[in-house]
Design a protein around this ligand. Structure first.
Ligand code: BG6
Length: 481
């Protein structure tokens, strides 16, 4: 999610900028970037601060540019001793959203409460994994299945929640892992129930959310009736002020604006298909036990989630997506040796370099980056285990080598006699895939599977290196499975 303020808030002269820099430095010297209390973890970066309750790993406060960006009811407790979910911030709904279907999958969810148990469980803060980098303060929280969760929900799981406080962003990623030794698949819904605090003086009725036109939504106020949204810009004004809608297959970027006022929030999500728009209205809001007085007037929930359908995670499988990756390496120096999909450094071994890049490019990783000046969420995979869960790349013999003698694009399958130092060498390897593999492809890239006959004798379309592959493979007995 991204908060972008109106112009008035963005204006500042040099003098203020200078004070800013001094403050940032003082801030860093004065306070530890990640600090723990009995019940919370506090991340600090310059003027930014985020606070996470161990209960539910709930981010309950995010201060950017001196303003609180999340709503958390003052009547709600973030203490671990209090068993209720935090009313506000970003509670994690998992493994179900809403009241569970008690009859589904032989009653698998029948003992769960509304929105599941992740938001009320006490998560473990992993000091060991948490770190300060040039870009962010990063805190990791873990929740694994244990005897108590197994009596409620008979599935093994491992959740890792990563909270990143960047200079101008709060990024939240939920990693979901079905352990390899699980006896059955892990079917779940997930939702980051984000309570977006409205600017002072703005009530939910003035909030507009776009673009939602053409989407199918389930209206929970009308008993889950499914309809098509005919407005591109949707307001938050339902019967008695109540709006509770699940928009299916929503766009990854949603804008929140205010009628008659400047400023906007942008909610960004990745890999979570749906989004829930919720505000209970003043009457139902007042009836919520842990809601502060007039609390429902102070926020709108815009909740990225995977709730229209369940994710069915097989043992040792991941539910994942990847960030966009740059398509090319910018520096010519780095291009001296090139591997399929990437370049390696001069002193790196080709096989190991290829393995590392295959892990990096196609191994599991899943995140929602919620943007500049942001708070929000994702479902992601535990990057610590990325290599472990990547396919076991078996790099076979090199099929061919191609040399590029000069700065032109053409490559030769031999080193031309007049060339002393090629500008680039490309080696094509045969890589075995295991019987089962999940490949994770960045959104801006494509994984293309081509039949050999498409490449054969087709240098005009694919170039000589790829068109030669069927010839080079002819010495192998290919076992088709
Ligand atoms: C929203 C649901 O996500 O959460 C609403 O769509 C629900 O139906 C709301 O009322 C709050 O739920 P809870 O369990 O935190 O009171």
């Amino acid at each position: 999610m991204k908060w972008a303020e109106g112009r008035s808030g963005a204006c500042c002269g040099c003098w203020f900028a200078l004070v800013d820099i001094i403050d940032v430095r003082r801030g860093r010297l004065a306070a530890m970037p990640i600090e723990t209390t009995n019940d919370t973890v506090i991340l600090r970066r310059g003027h930014q601060r985020a606070e996470v309750a161990l209960k539910g790993a709930t981010v309950f406060s995010y201060v950017y540019a001196g303003k609180e960006r999340l709503f958390t009811s003052s009547k709600s407790s973030v203490k671990t001793a209090d068993s209720a979910a935090v009313r506000g911030g970003i509670p994690i709904c998992w493994p179900v959203f809403g009241p569970p279907d008690t009859t589904a999958r032989g009653g698998l969810y029948s003992k769960l409460k509304q929105h599941g148990f992740a938001r009320t469980s006490i998560w473990h803060f992993s000091e060991h994994d948490s770190k300060s980098t040039d870009d962010a303060e990063i805190a990791f929280f873990h929740l694994e299945s244990h005897p108590e969760t197994l009596t409620l929900f008979d599935r093994s799981f491992k959740l890792v929640y990563e909270v990143q406080l960047r200079d101008a962003a709060l990024v939240a990623k939920l990693h979901v892992h079905a352990p390899a030794d699980s006896s059955a698949e892990l079917p779940f819904q997930a939702l980051l129930h984000s309570y977006l605090r409205l600017p002072a003086g703005i009530k939910p009725a003035r909030v507009r959310v776009a673009p939602l036109g053409g989407l199918t939504f389930r209206d929970k106020v009308q008993g889950n009736v499914e309809s098509k949204e005919d407005r591109d810009v949707v307001d938050v004004q339902g019967p008695n002020g109540e709006v509770d809608r699940v928009y299916l297959q929503a766009p990854d970027t949603l804008q929140v604006t205010y009628e008659g006022a400047e400023g906007e929030m942008v909610v960004k999500k990745q890999s979570l298909a749906d989004v829930v728009l919720w505000n209970p209205g003043p009457d139902k809001g007042a009836a919520i036990g842990d809601m502060e007085k007039n609390g429902a007037d102070k926020y709108v929930c815009l909740e990225p989630g995977q709730v229209g359908s369940f994710v069915e995670l097989k043992p040792d499988y991941v539910f994942a997506t990847k960030d966009e990756q740059p398509e090319d390496t910018p520096s010519v120096g780095q291009r001296l040796q090139k591997l399929p999909g990437d370049f390696i450094n001069m002193h790196e071994s080709e096989e190991e370099g290829l393995k590392t890049r295959l892990h990096h490019r196609l191994g599991p990783e899943f995140e929602i980056v919620v943007g500049k000046e942001a708070a929000g969420g994702s479902v992601a995979f535990d990057s610590a285990s990325r290599e472990q869960l990547s396919p076991d790349w078996n790099i076979n013999s090199a099929l061919s080598k191609w040399w590029r003698p000069n700065f032109e694009g053409f490559m030769y399958p031999y080193m031309p006699i007049h060339v002393s130092t090629p500008k680039e060498v490309k080696t094509i390897f045969l890589v075995d895939l295991p019987e089962h593999a999940v490949l994770h492809v960045p959104k801006n890239m494509k994984l293309v599977a081509l039949p050999l006959f498409e490449l054969y004798d087709n240098a005009i379309r694919y170039g000589p290196a790829l068109a030669a592959i069927p010839h080079l493979l002819s010495k192998y007995d290919v076992e088709i499975v």
